[in-house]
Design a protein around this ligand. Structure first.
Ligand SMILES: Cc1cc2nc3c(=O)[nH]c(=O)nc-3n(C[C@H](O)[C@H](O)[C@H](O)COP(=O)(O)OP(=O)(O)OC[C@H]3O[C@@H](n4cnc5c(N)ncnc54)[C@H](O)[C@@H]3O)c2cc1C
Length: 447
């Protein structure tokens, strides 16, 4: 029987999505001489740091923002760099015991990234008055409140600036756009506003991606396809490709902001999550969370506290984040994540701690936001949807983003995803299955 002829691939690898997972794999492969095509449904227009642009990236109903029946929000960034363009830049190393349970050791990748990236606590001059007041109160109340590692270049970061939450236009915050730029310097080709529709699978092997751009449906071919569409995007793409059921359970790391007013602080413009405390065993973490005025007002309005709408510059805010149970579902056109009874217990416990800190800080008019979430993940888990090399469903097909996180989480995911992206890049050029690829052969021959 004649072997079926496939069109000659125009690229060695296609990466779908440019968040921390996708940008890292794209860079790792491009650096090793592979011809990489990157598809991103969002825009690669420069970051302006405005509420208007941020809303366009994160408040698109059904895409960047999901509203649940209980009025809670799930938010993600639809733009070059994914959610990292909007995130709070807090860095936490991957939990080594969790990954060891799945046969994965990320220590080498972590050490290399820590040496390369700006990861450190903020210097005191960048800790705002609200974070300082909260930290002092937390320590006085007996909490082990410590500065958190941030992915921020302190020499470029401006004290008294709030823009990082809308996207830092000054280049002070590390985002996955940094790695995407480096991938392109090494020859990767980025198509933004290009939405992948499905992976093309022939004879059990991924051979390309069908995508739509500018109203036209196109096909790109490659022997390696990496899905990095994030915790919601990747399970949807697998489903659209006939490789996964319509519904995937997930985690989202729900957050409640607990807020209270003080008379003697004027602030409201500072880097959020400068310091905090983690109770890993309980799955609860707390941090200062000073947000720009319009975001604060949205929380106050949602909580029905119109009396606090004008109190932004005097209101201290503490983030309570929990490790939620894996549940709910990412569906083809929606995502739903009701709180489990255990989640409510954890949130209540965290809110009680935040209230105690605010009381110690002398705050009055204390109130809590509805819960919201920004870490959708665990929807294509290692050991379930992908193997320990992140391969999914077909030869040559991989997933590398928050969806592969193997267990309930509750941590800042970005640094872990960078480690996984580096590891996958290394694996793809080293693995015999991928060595059929001419560029990888050339790279390995040169070593
Ligand atoms: C407000 C906020 C604050 C946060 N703070 C922190 C923090 O302090 N520290 C931390 O570590 N993490 C934080 N996070 C979370 C962190 O940014 C995310 O976990 C991380 O970005 C997820 O990376 P990812 O690789 O899974 O992909 P994502 O960042 O989700 O990016 C996926 C990309 O794929 C694209 N895509 C999806 N589907 C398709 C398709 N079909 N075709 C083409 N493109 C597609 C999307 O447009 C998107 O750009 C925060 C997130 C938010 C929203």
């Amino acid at each position: 029987m004649l072997a079926r002829m496939h069109p000659t691939p125009s690229h060695d690898a296609i990466v779908v999505g440019t968040g921390p997972g996708g940008a890292t794999v794209a860079r790792a492969l491009a650096r090793r001489g592979l011809r990489v095509l990157v598809l991103e449904q969002g825009s690669a227009a420069p970051i302006e740091g405005t509420v208007r642009q941020m809303a366009g990236m994160a408040a698109i109903p059904g895409k960047g923002m999901f509203i649940h029946r209980d009025a809670s929000l799930l938010v993600q960034g639809i733009t070059a760099g994914g959610s990292s363009a909007l995130n709070f830049a807090t860095a936490a190393p991957p939990p080594s015991a969790m990954f060891a349970r799945h046969g994965i050791d990320l220590a080498r990748q972590l050490a290399a990234l820590q040496a390369e990236l700006p990861i450190a606590p903020l210097p005191d001059r960048l800790i705002g008055p609200m974070a300082t007041r909260i930290g002092d109160a937390a320590r006085a109340a007996g909490f082990d409140w410590q500065k958190l590692d941030k992915m921020i270049r302190p020499q470029t970061c401006r004290a008294g600036c709030w823009r990082c939450v809308y996207g830092c236009p000054f280049g002070a915050k590390w985002t996955a756009r940094d790695f995407l730029d480096q991938a392109m310097e090494h020859g990767a080709r980025l198509l933004d506003r290009a939405k992948a529709l499905r992976v093309i699978v022939e004879d059990g092997r991924a051979t390309g991606v069908e995508y739509v751009r500018g109203g036209r449906t196109e096909t790109a071919r490659a022997a390696i396809v990496v899905l990095a569409g994030g915790g919601i995007g990747s399970p949807r793409l697998l489903h659209a490709s006939g490789l996964r059921a319509a519904r995937s359970s997930f985690f989202s790391d729900p957050v409640i902001a607990v807020m209270g007013t003080v008379d003697d602080v004027e602030g409201g413009a500072e880097v959020p999550m400068a310091a905090g405390v983690r109770f890993d065993g309980d799955g609860i973490s707390l941090a200062d969370l000073t947000l720009p005025g319009p975001m604060y007002q949205a929380f106050a309005a949602q909580a029905g506290r119109v009396d606090r709408l004008l109190a932004h510059r005097r209101t201290l805010s503490i983030m309570v984040k929990i490790r939620d149970e894996i549940g709910g579902a990412v569906g083809p056109h929606w995502a739903s994540k009701p709180l489990h009874a255990n989640d409510r217990v954890r949130l209540n416990e965290g809110v009680a701690m935040a209230r105690a800190i605010l009381r110690r800080a002398g705050a009055t008019h204390v109130f809590s936001s509805h819960h919201f979430a920004a870490h959708p993940g665990g929807s294509v888990r290692i050991g379930d949807g992908v193997d320990s090399h992140l391969q999914a469903g077909a030869a040559g097909l991989y997933v590398c983003d928050a969806s592969v996180i193997p267990e309930a989480w509750g941590l800042p995911p970005t640094l872990t995803l960078l480690c996984l992206g580096e590891r996958l890049g290394e694996h793809l050029v080293a693995t015999p299955a991928a060595v059929g690829n001419a560029s990888i052969k050339r790279y390995n021959a040169k070593k």
